[in-house]
Design a protein around this ligand. Structure first.
Ligand code: ADP
Length: 737
């Protein structure tokens, strides 16, 4: 331990702040105190004020140059009374910054956020009923007072008691004055109840038991990634919760993270985990309020929260002893973070496990090609579940050739689909019409002058939302009331919706099956997670006969009486230049089709397509995923695309188009030949103008053995960007808008 008699330089500590700077700064320890250890939270003067930072360890690699003479160093003001970040968390911050090419401080910010959570919160005053409250009040015990006393168990703050009892705060204060409510100190971040790891899980089928054993073995082995590949409804959750139990059992302080892609799924999922372990896990996602967030963060940091269920950002919680990560629905593109520090949560989970020397389990019914190839090449282990739990059959997938069986005029459902829906409804079963497009119509055109309604300052189409009678841009969020005249030629009532969105399909369904109980589900009709769950629960409970939905319906929901799924436009995801278009279509449509069917009555999915011969549809029809992935793999390998090669994107954006073009050109000139690297562009982005900025992109394709970050660093170092132009780097890009 450092002491006060050591020379100045030995006492120098490096502090990293959660700011987008790529370096730590040198300080002296707080006056009269020992140097805080690496990972400790400190308050230090920075940029004219005191800021919260973290002591960096030089063992984790350089954190920027510059070591001012010791006489010039300022002192850290004080160390905070918060558990220091574990070394593997700091190491992961370093790795994330290096991999994503984000500034080190920006990567730290993912963990410590603004730093406020490290400040111990003030204890809150709560009030509990005095044991002799009733005697004290005697005749003055009104109904309102009685309710307030009941609401004070467990102890709660004044406002909470008043709200729960539906009385004014004055009533509560009166009780305090009378001595009937007494002040107790409340932990502002109450601990999470410990999971009961002795509690048995559901009895497993033989196939499930074998897979669970394999996962437990993987956990015991203590490192590496394993893919749990099992059809929809196979009971993957039950199986991987056994691995969670094993990890918690093996080490009394072990923490486990279960990552899930969708916030809408969190609540039911939390309930499932709580059922299994008899205690609610810590949740971490964007809908959490500030207090719940701080509680989760602090309880993860002090090791109390042993099971965390969270979105991708939960990877960056300050775990004290993380020992296992489960990535559920590992193929989901929702794991990709597209703003700020751009990262792929699934890939970072694997990297996190490698750094922390603990196992990672990736779970999917339709794994990503990346993971499948990693299994094939022996980098990942594999556990498989081939049967649906309880013997339910996989849905039968049929193709409707829309060229041969087109819908009637101004309709979108083929005669075959209409007939099948009618049959399902007549049989008292449920049907799902799936279209992954929000709103009423994707494009609105003036019939007079041909004008297409666009978002201002963006090259994005406005989508008609008929329920609200507005035109909405799904990219920028811009919206306006639908005008009665064309803004360009002023013709009245000339604006015409082109193509269908879910609202238009719902309109058709209502006209065709007026007696069926119908509902529509998209992020517009159910904008909040509870609203969404309400519709899903009603569907699961049989209160809806016919559901029209976007992809929010695709995951994790079981509808026991759903026997028919119609995919209105199966071709939709195949347009555009996305290299994963086929793969994503396969994943989405298998998941949607997987909603249908139960043990007694197999489900059926009808895919409406104009290209029934496309390999992805043939594979869905034949239920031959492995052949499809093999063909995809061949195609990607031939082109050197991921997972056989690496991709990175450099995006330049500016309000000033000539500055943008000049900068793009300067970047092109700064390029140099490098072995195994091919740079394409600069090309205008597919949505060239976005929120007033024009955008150009370089796409970098590299052999797997090339250090693409080193290449980018060397190239971009020689190509400066003026203030008017912003530059972002996207390693492993997924979105090509
Ligand atoms: P998957 O994630 O593989 O699609 P789930 O884990 O959600 O499947 O399981 C599908 C359904 O089957 C769930 O309702 C689950 O509770 C049930 N289930 C799966 N395995 C078992 C089991 N061993 N015992 C009882 N119910 C099970």
């Amino acid at each position: 331990m450092t002491n006060l008699h050591q020379s100045g330089d030995a006492r120098r500590i490096k502090v990293l702040f959660p700011t987008p700077l790529d370096r730590a700064f040198d300080y002296l320890p707080p006056d009269g105190a020992d140097a805080p250890p690496p990972g400790a939270f400190v308050v230090a003067p920075f940029g004219g004020r005191d800021r919260i930072g973290v002591v960096w360890s030089p063992d984790l690699g350089s954190a920027g140059e510059g070591s001012p003479p010791v006489e010039k160093l300022k002192r850290v003001a004080r160390a905070l009374d918060a558990p220091p970040l574990a070394m593997d968390v700091l190491g992961f911050v370093r790795w994330t910054a290096d991999y994503t090419m984000a500034p080190l401080g920006a990567a730290l910010r993912l963990v410590v956020r603004s730093g406020d959570f490290a400040v111990p919160p003030a204890a809150r005053n709560a009030y509990a009923a005095a044991p002799d409250a009733a005697d004290l009040l005697a005749a003055k015990l009104t109904d309102a007072r009685r309710r307030a006393l009941v609401a004070a168990d467990p102890p709660a703050p004044v406002a909470d008691i008043a709200a729960a009892a539906n009385v004014g705060e004055g009533v509560v204060r009166g009780l305090i004055k009378a001595g009937a409510l007494r002040r107790v100190e409340m932990d502002p971040d109450p601990p999470f109840a410990p999971p009961d790891i002795a509690r048995p899980g559901a009895p497993l089928s033989p196939e499930q038991a074998t897979a669970a054993e394999k996962l437990r073995g993987h956990v015991a082995q203590g490192a590496g990634a394993m893919l749990l590949d099992g059809v929809t409804g196979a009971g993957k959750t039950e199986v991987y919760l056994e691995a969670v139990a094993a990890a918690l059992n093996a080490d009394p302080s072990a923490q486990v993270l279960i990552m899930i892609p969708e916030i809408a799924l969190t609540l039911p999922f939390l309930a499932r985990v709580a059922d299994r372990f008899g205690a609610a896990p810590a949740a971490w996602h964007s809908e959490l309020g500030a207090a719940a967030r701080r509680r989760a963060w602090r309880r993860v940091a002090d090791g109390n929260a042993r099971i965390v269920v969270g979105a991708r950002s939960a990877l960056f919680l300050p775990y004290k002893n993380l020992r296992l990560i489960i990535v559920d629905e590992e193929h989901e593109t929702a794991y990709k973070q597209e703003d700020g520090v751009i990262y792929q949560g699934r890939d970072l989970a694997v990297a996190r496990g490698a750094r922390g020397r603990f196992p990672v389990i990736l779970v999917s019914a339709t794994p990503s090609l990346e993971s499948v190839v990693n299994v094939d090449q022996g980098r990942y282990g594999l556990a498989r579940l081939r049967a649906r739990f309880g013997g339910a059959a996989a849905p039968h997938v049929g193709l409707v050739d829309m060229r041969r069986d087109p819908p009637e005029k101004d309709a979108w459902l083929s005669p075959i689909a209409v007939q099948e829906v009618t049959r399902a409804l007549d049989a008292g079963e449920q049907a799902l019409l799936f279209l992954n497009r929000r709103g009423y119509a994707p494009v609105t055109i003036c019939r007079k002058c041909g004008e297409r309604m666009k978002s201002p300052k963006s090259d994005t189409w406005l989508v008609e939302h008929r329920f609200e009678n507005r035109l909405v841009c799904h990219h920028t969020g811009f919206s306006m009331p639908k005008p009665s005249a064309c803004p360009s030629c002023k013709a009245v009532d000339s604006l015409h919706p082109c193509g269908p969105g879910v609202e238009r399909i719902a309109e058709e369904a209502l006209a065709r099956w007026p007696r069926a109980r119908q509902a529509i589900l998209s992020s517009d009709t159910a904008p909040t997670a509870p609203a969404m769950r309400d519709v899903l629960d009603r569907m699961a409970g049989g209160d809806i006969d016919l559901l029209v939905a976007t992809q929010v319906v695709a995951k994790g929901h079981h509808f026991p009486n759903l026997t028919l799924v119609v995919v209105v436009d199966a071709d939709m995801g195949l347009a555009g230049g996305d290299l994963r278009a086929g793969e994503k279509t396969f994943q989405l449509l298998s998941q949607v089709a997987g909603r249908a069917g139960r043990a007694e009555k197999p489900g059926r999915a009808l895919l409406q397509t104009h290209q029934p011969g496309a390999p992805v549809f043939q594979a869905l029809k034949a239920a031959d995923r492995d052949a499809f992935l093999a063909a995809e793999a061949d195609g990607r390998q031939a082109l050197g695309f991921p997972p056989y090669g690496r991709l990175a994107a450099v995006i330049l954006r500016s309000k000033d188009e000539s500055a943008l073009k000049a900068t793009a050109e300067a970047h092109r000139r700064a390029l140099f030949p490098a072995d195994g690297v091919e740079v394409m562009g600069p090309a205008p982005a597919p949505i060239y103008r976005y929120r007033g900025e024009a955008r150009m992109r370089f796409l970098i394709k590299a052999r797997r053995d090339v250090n693409v970050q080193a290449f980018l660093a060397a190239w971009l170092d020689g190509a400066k960007t003026p203030n008017a132009v912003r530059r972002t780097i996207d390693i492993d890009p997924y979105s090509f808008l």
